[in-house]
Design a protein around this ligand. Structure first.
Ligand SMILES: O=C[C@H](O)[C@H](O)[C@H](O)COP(=O)(O)O
Length: 218
C-alpha cells in the first residue's frame, strides 16, 4: 500500500465513528470511499442498508453483504460518507473526478450529515486547480462547452467516458473559483447541464483530513 492510500485508509477509519447502529448510510464513490467500504466489512451487522452514488460502489457494498436500496425508499439518511477532489477551509468541494457527481450531489442533499474523507493533498486555499467536472446531456456537449468558454473556462471533453446516467463529462480547466456558490448556480443554469462538481451550496458538514501529522477534523 503506498503512502497516499495509507492516508486515505486513516481518513476512512476516522469516519467509522459517525456510523450508528441500524441506520441507512449514504455511500459515495472513489478510491477513498473504497477504503471506507473495505473497513465496513467488520460492521455489516450494524448497518441497516445503504444508498449508493454509483454502480461501482453498489457492487462493492453488495459484495460485502450490505443491502443497497433506492434513494426513493430511504426516508432518513443520517450520514453520507464521500471523498472529494478538492476542499477549501469552508468545506466547499470539487467532486466528480470519478464522474459520479450528480448522484453524489443528490445523496448529499438528502442526507442530514455529510462527512467528507480525504488525504491532505485535497486541501487547497482556492478551489479550481483540479478541473471542474460538469455532467452534460450528450446532445448539449458543444453548446455547453461554448457557454463555459464565455465564463472564462477551458472545457475538455472526457472522451470514452459515460456516466452511470448515460451522460458525458466536461472537465473545465483554468477556473480560479473565488465565489463557489455563485459559479455553481451559474453553471447549473446552462441548458443541458445536469449538474457541476462544485459542492458549495451544500458543502460538507465535517472534513476528515489524514495528514502526515495525524488526523485533522474540520
Ligand atoms: O466522482 C467521484 C467522486 O466525486 C470522488 O469522491 C472524488 O473524485 C474523489 O475520489 P478519490 O477518493 O478517488 O480521490
Amino acid at each position: 500500500m503506498d503512502r497516499q492510500t495509507e492516508l486515505k485508509m486513516e481518513a476512512a477509519k476516522a469516519a467509522l465513528k459517525y456510523i450508528q447502529d441500524d441506520e441507512i448510510i449514504g455511500i459515495g464513490t472513489g478510491s477513498t470511499v473504497n477504503c471506507f467500504i473495505e473497513l465496513l466489512k467488520e460492521h455489516t451487522h450494524r448497518i441497516k442498508a445503504a444508498v449508493s452514488s454509483s454502480v461501482a460502489s453498489t457492487e462493492r457494498l453488495k459484495a460485502i453483504g450490505i443491502e443497497v436500496i433506492d434513494l426513493n425508499d430511504a426516508h432518513d439518511i443520517p450520514v453520507y460518507v464521500d471523498g472529494a477532489d478538492e476542499s477549501n477551509h469552508q468545506l466547499q468541494l470539487i467532486k466528480g473526478g470519478g464522474g459520479a457527481l450528480s448522484r453524489e450531489k443528490i445523496i448529499a442533499a438528502a442526507a442530514q450529515k455529510f462527512v467528507c474523507i480525504a488525504d491532505e493533498s485535497k486541501y487547497v486555499e482556492t478551489l479550481g486547480e483540479f478541473p471542474l467536472p460538469i455532467e452534460v446531456l450528450p446532445m448539449a456537449r458543444s453548446y455547453v462547452a461554448r457557454q463555459i468558454v464565455k465564463l472564462g473556462g477551458d472545457p475538455c471533453y472526457r472522451t470514452g467516458f459515460v456516466t452511470d446516467n448515460g451522460n458525458v463529462i466536461l472537465d473545465v480547466h483554468s477556473l480560479e473559483i473565488t465565489q463557489p456558490k455563485i459559479l455553481e448556480a451559474e453553471i447549473n443554469q446552462i441548458t443541458g447541464v445536469v449538474t457541476n462538481g462544485l459542492f458549495a451550496q451544500r458543502p460538507a458538514d465535517h472534513l476528515i483530513l489524514a495528514t502526515e501529522n495525524g488526523i485533522k477534523e474540520f
